[in-house]
Write a protein that binds this ligand. Structure first.
Ligand code: ZN
Length: 329
């Protein structure tokens, strides 16, 4: 009897509490939240920071969650405090997650506060874009048959010898590329038990000129142009290109080795791309060269890998570069 009365009282209290809460809500309904200037589609240069200015009303020092959609779920990437005041501009920095995903989706979520209703912006589609560099010292320089190096006889001032096995000549690279090749070699060794050999790194303008001229004598100009760059158009002149192989294997056979297959899959993890892949002859203007790695930096290499983009020409959107501009008479 007593127990039943206690239960009844609890039930009444619960109803009172619930209705009390409801009454409190009705008296102080949270004001609707609005977010102004949240663009729903953006294109931005990948790898750079950018700011989205939004105005949150009311702001009142509340917290906003910047969320990215990953595998169908919204993940909070950062939180920001919207400054005190009726409204406030919010700087949103979307930098580091999107090199892995060329197209990303973001939204701003504002949890409910005592006085303001919760709100979520529409999802923003952000497309990352890359632009090629004309600076021969930049890892993002695009060198191909249509884009010569400027200056034509460029030679990097800071070449170093990477701490990997070499064939003893043309064994220099730019410092960033040399360090990356050392990491790639260490990872390859850990995974396969085999070591990389650097067959050809930096090659100066004069050497490339002589090399191309020799191939032209041996094979004719049009054939030579499918496997050898003319001077001023060779990535080897930047110090960012490395022809690699396995000890005892001519580099032209590297692609058929297990080490070659491992490198094709993992080079991007260390900032390299296989520059002239199989099936891209109509874009690059070169036969496949599984041995020719080009250092482009971790972000751009990840962008190509995750976007399944085969060539730098496609990553930069510059179009195919299969032939040299006609010689000026
Ligand atoms: Zn090469």
């Amino acid at each position: 009897m007593f127990a039943r009365r206690v239960l009844a009282l609890v039930a009444v209290a619960t109803v009172l509490l619930a209705s009390g809460t409801m009454v409190a809500h009705a008296d102080h309904a949270p004001s609707p939240t609005s977010v102004v200037s949240w663009r729903e589609h953006d294109r931005h240069r990948a790898g750079t920071a950018w700011t989205d200015i939004v105005t949150v009303t009311p702001a009142l020092g509340r917290t906003a969650e910047l969320q990215e959609r990953v595998d169908g779920r919204w993940v909070t990437r950062s939180t920001l405090t919207v400054g005190d005041g009726y409204s406030a501009p919010v700087g949103v920095r979307l930098t580091h997650h999107w090199t892995a995903r060329p197209v990303t989706w973001w939204r701003l979520h504002l949890p409910r506060t005592a006085t303001a209703a919760e709100a979520t912006t529409p999802a923003k589609k952000v497309v990352a874009t890359w632009a090629p560099s004309d600076d021969p010292a930049s890892p993002q320089v695009l060198v191909n048959k249509e884009r010569p190096l400027t200056p034509h006889d460029w030679a990097p001032p800071d070449l170093v010898r990477p701490d990997v096995a070499t064939l003893g000549s043309h064994d220099l690279l730019r410092p960033e590329a040399a360090a990356a090749l050392e990491r790639l070699d260490a990872a390859a060794h850990a995974a396969t038990g085999e070591r990389l050999v650097l067959a050809s790194g930096f090659r100066p303008h004069e050497y490339q000129e002589a090399l191309h001229a020799r191939y032209v004598r041996e094979h004719g100009l049009s054939a030579a142009d499918t496997f050898s760059a003319r001077a001023g158009h060779s990535e080897h002149q930047t110090g960012f290109a490395a022809d690699v192989t396995r000890a005892g294997v001519p580099f032209t056979d590297f692609g058929t080795t297990s080490l070659g297959r491992w490198v094709a899959e993992h080079a991007w993890e260390h900032g390299f791309v296989v520059r002239y892949p199989e099936g891209s002859e109509a874009v690059t203007g070169y036969h496949a060269e599984p041995w020719h790695l080009r250092y482009v930096g971790a972000d751009l290499a990840a962008y190509l890998h995750h976007g399944t983009i085969a060539t730098l020409e496609e990553a930069f959107g510059t179009g195919p570069a299969t032939s040299y501009p006609p010689a000026r008479s």
